[in-house]
Unconditional design. Structure first.
Length: 66
């Protein structure tokens, strides 16, 4: 099984989480508006999704023969 795509996937999810956090910060602090519930929780969903995919990626690489 090829595990390279998992490594890229968790990095992509982490980058999306950082982008969502930046947008939420901009909306909340700069514009004094409150982001919607989805925008608030999307960061955590992406962050934990990234961590789960990273763990799966590590386990996949450990099982892969050299």
């Amino acid at each position: 099984m090829n595990c390279n795509y998992l490594s890229l996937l968790w990095k992509l999810l982490l980058a999306l989480a950082v982008a969502v956090l930046a947008v939420n910060y901009y909306q909340d602090i700069i514009l004094h508006g409150r982001p919607g519930a989805l925008a608030r929780y999307l960061f955590f969903i992406l962050l934990f999704g990234s961590l789960i995919v990273q763990i799966v990626s590590k386990r996949c690489r450990e099982k892969q023969p050299d």
